[in-house]
Design a protein around this ligand. Structure first.
Ligand SMILES: [Zn+2]
Length: 74
């Protein structure tokens, strides 16, 4: 038997796509055209557009492994 609460939680949790633009990693949500989060992996600077408090977006924290992978490619 499925639990409906879980389904509601999933609706407020959006997985984001990450794209690298030079020093910036840009997270975009396929469900929110206005949402964009940029993280500069050199300076750790973060810039967010179109964020809503009701929705949790994946990619709000850049994992250390990801940073290591990015720095290793340069
Ligand atoms: Zn979203």
């Amino acid at each position: 038997m499925e639990i409906s609460i879980q389904k509601n939680a999933d609706q407020n949790h959006h997985p984001c796509n990450s794209i690298r633009h030079g020093d910036w990693v840009v997270f975009k949500c396929p469900l929110c055209p206005d949402y964009e989060r940029r993280i500069n992996w050199r300076t750790k600077e973060v810039s967010v557009k179109g964020s809503t408090p009701e929705i949790l977006h994946n990619g709000e924290h850049l994992p250390d492994e990801y940073l290591h992978a990015l720095t290793a490619t340069n």
